[in-house]
Ligand binder design. Structure first.
Ligand code: SF4
Length: 502
C-alpha cells in the first residue's frame, strides 16, 4: 500500500512553536489533510532518523538529539525506503538552546535523507518561514540543491488543496476538517506533547512594527471560528491530548477584534467539551490591547479560564522612546506599565500547581533601528520600575534582532556580540534573577513538573506549559516523563532554579 511520510524537523516562528515538547500546526495539518484525503501516512521526527543512524544516549546525560523519537523509531529504514512522498517540515527563526530537542541544519537533513531515502522518492520541503518573495529567494539559496523536488512556503495544507498563488492566505473553511482530522497523528506519538492551536493570522496594527515577519507577510487579520477551534481541541483531546496552547496568532487579545463575549465563549466551549484538560495557555499579546476597557475584561477572562502558570508575552522589544518611535512599536510606555499592572491585578494569585495564574512576559530585542548608547539604560530603568512596583513578571526573553530570513542570515560583528552579551548579563543580574526569586521564593512548592531531561548527572523538570521555568534536581536520575512535586531550594540563573523532590 502506498503511503506518505512526514518528517518533523521542528519549527520555531515568532507566532507559533513546534519544537518538542510542542507539536507545530505545520506537521499536524499535513497529517490532517492526508487523513482527510484517505492517504496513509507515517509521522517521524528527525530524532527517529538520528536514532536509526546509530545515535544513542550518553552515560550521564540523555542525548536530546534522539529523545523525541516516535512510535515508528524502530521501523525508520523500511518506512523511508518504501515511501511515495516525503514531506519535511522545517523553519526555526532563532538559533536557541532548547532543553530537550535540537532542530537540525539543512546539512544534517541532507545527510540523513541521502542515507535513508532513494534519490527517486519525491521529497518536498515545507519551510515555515519566508515572509516575502525576497526572503523566500534567500532561503531557497541555502537549501541543498537537488535534495528536494520542491520548497514550499506558507500554510502546509494550502499545498494539498492545490492553492498555488495565495499560499500564506489561510483557508479557514477548509482548515476546519483538516484540523479535526489532524488528531490522527497522535496515534504515532508516545511522549506527551503541548499542542499549538491556531486562532488567527495577521496583525491588528496597520502599519505594524517595522521589523515584523507577520507584517511582511501582509496578510489581513483573519480569525478562526470558535466552533472550529473547539471541535479541533475536542478531537485532539479525545485522542489523548491534555496540554494545549492557543499560541498560533500574533496577538491573542485581538481575537474577533477584542470581542470579550467571543473570547469567553471560546474558553467556555473548550472546557465544556474537554473538562479534564491539564494545560490551557495562550501566547503573544500586544500591550496596546491590554490597557483598554476590553483589554481589562479579556485579562479577567483569560485569568479565569486558563490554567495556572499562564503568561501574556508582551512584544515590548525596547523601552527606549527613540527606538519605539522609529520601529513603530506597539503601545506607549504608559500602556506597557499599565498592562503589566492589569495582568497582575487578575493573574498574580497562585493556582493549584503553585504558580501565579497569569503573569506578563517581556521580550527585549537588541539591534533595533534607532538603538543608541542610552537604550540599555532606558531598558534597565523601566525594568527597575517594574521590579519596585510590586508587580510580577514570569519571564524575560532578550534576543538579537533576527533577519526575516532567520538567524542564520544575521551578520553581527564581534563588537555587537560583545555588547549583546553585556545587555543579556546586565538584564539577567538586575532584573531576571531578582524577579525569579519573587515568583519562585525559597520553599515554594510546585507540582505537575515533568521529568524532561537528564544532563550531567542532574534531572531537569519543567511544567507542560508556556515558557516554563527549569527545575534542576541535582545528582538524581528521575524517570523520563514522570510527573513530580518539588520544593524550591535555590537558583541557578535565567529561568533555572534548584528543587528538591517532595
Ligand atoms: S504588533 Fe508588531 S510585532 Fe506584533 S504582529 Fe503586529 S507588527 Fe508584528
Amino acid at each position: 500500500m502506498s503511503y506518505a511520510v512526514i518528517i518533523d524537523c521542528y519549527t520555531d516562528e515568532p507566532s507559533g512553536l513546534g519544537v518538542p515538547p510542542y507539536l507545530s500546526v505545520h506537521s499536524r495539518y499535513i497529517a490532517g489533510v492526508l487523513k482527510n484525503q484517505n492517504i496513509k501516512y507515517y509521522y517521524l521526527t528527525i530524532d527517529d532518523l538520528r536514532y536509526a543512524n546509530g545515535e544513542d544516549h550518553f552515560d550521564n546525560s540523555y542525548n536530546k538529539r534522539i529523545i523525541n523519537k516516535t512510535k515508528n523509531a524502530n521501523n525508520v529504514v523500511n518506512i523511508l525506503k518504501n515511501a511515495i512522498n516525503i514531506y519535511v517540515v522545517m523553519g526555526c527563526f532563532v538559533k536557541y538552546e532548547y532543553v530537550s530537542a535540537e532542530p537540525p541544519t539543512f546539512a544534517e537533513v541532507e545527510n540523513l535523507l541521502n542515507i535513508f531515502c532513494s534519490k527517486k522518492t519525491n521529497k518536498l520541503l515545507f519551510y515555515s518561514l519566508g515572509g516575502s518573495e525576497l526572503t523566500r529567494e534567500n532561503i531557497k539559496r541555502t537549501v541543498p540543491s537537488d535534495l528536494f523536488n520542491e520548497t514550499i512556503f506558507g500554510n502546509t495544507y494550502n499545498y494539498f488543496l492545490g492553492e498555488t498563488i495565495h499560499k500564506f492566505k489561510p483557508n479557514y473553511d477548509k482548515l476546519r476538517q483538516i484540523a479535526i482530522d489532524s488528531s490522527s497523528v497522535l496515534q504515532q506519538i508516545d511522549r506527551p506533547v503541548i499542542i499549538e492551536i491556531e486562532t488567527a493570522t495577521g496583525c491588528n496594527r496597520n502599519p505594524g512594527c517595522t521589523f515584523c515577519i507577520e507584517g511582511m507577510r501582509g496578510l489581513p487579520l483573519q480569525f478562526r471560528e470558535k466552533e472550529d477551534i473547539i471541535d479541533e481541541i475536542k478531537s485532539l483531546y479525545d485522542s489523548g491530548a491534555s496540554y494545549f496552547r492557543l499560541g498560533r496568532q500574533p496577538n491573542f487579545y485581538a481575537y474577533k477584534n477584542c470581542d470579550t463575549k467571543e473570547i469567553e465563549a471560546l474558553f467556555k466551549g473548550i472546557w465544556s467539551a474537554c473538562p479534564n484538560i491539564k494545560t490551557l495557555h495562550i501566547d503573544n499579546v500586544s500591550p496596546h490591547n491590554v490597557n483598554t476597557y476590553e483589554g481589562e475584561k479579556i485579562t479577567k477572562i483569560v485569568a479565569k479560564y486558563t490554567t495556572s502558570g499562564n503568561i501574556t508575552p508582551f512584544g515590548i522589544e525596547s523601552f527606549d522612546p527613540i527606538v519605539r518611535e522609529k520601529c513603530n512599536l506597539n503601545g506607549s510606555l504608559e500602556d506597557i506599565h499599565k498592562s503589566i499592572t492589569i495582568i497582575n491585578k487578575y493573574g498574580k494569585g497562585r493556582g493549584q500547581n503553585g504558580l501565579p495564574k497569569l503573569l506578563p512576559g517581556i521580550n527585549i530585542i537588541y539591534g533595533l533601528d534607532g538603538q543608541n548608547e542610552n537604550t540599555l539604560k532606558h531598558n534597565l530603568e523601566n525594568l527597575k520600575k517594574i521590579l519596585n512596583s510590586g508587580n510580577l513578571v514570569r519571564r524575560v526573553f532578550v534576543r538579537k534582532l533576527t533577519s526575516p530570513y532567520g538567524e542564520q542570515f544575521d551578520n553581527y560583528n564581534d563588537e555587537d556580540l560583545k555588547e549583546f552579551n553585556t545587555w543579556s548579563k546586565t538584564i539577567e543580574k538586575d532584573f531576571i534573577v531578582p524577579m525569579l526569586k519573587k515568583v519562585f521564593p525559597i520553599g515554594l512548592e510546585i507540582s505537575d513538573l515533568r521529568m524532561e531531561m537528564y544532563k550531567d548527572g542532574n534531572s531537569i523538570l519543567r511544567q507542560m506549559g508556556t515558557c516554563p521555568v527549569r527545575v534542576v534536581i541535582l545528582n538524581k536520575k528521575l524517570k523520563l516523563d514522570e510527573f513530580y512535586k518539588v520544593k524550591v531550594v535555590g537558583y541557578i540563573g535565567n529561568r533555572t532554579i534548584i528543587g528538591d523532590i517532595i
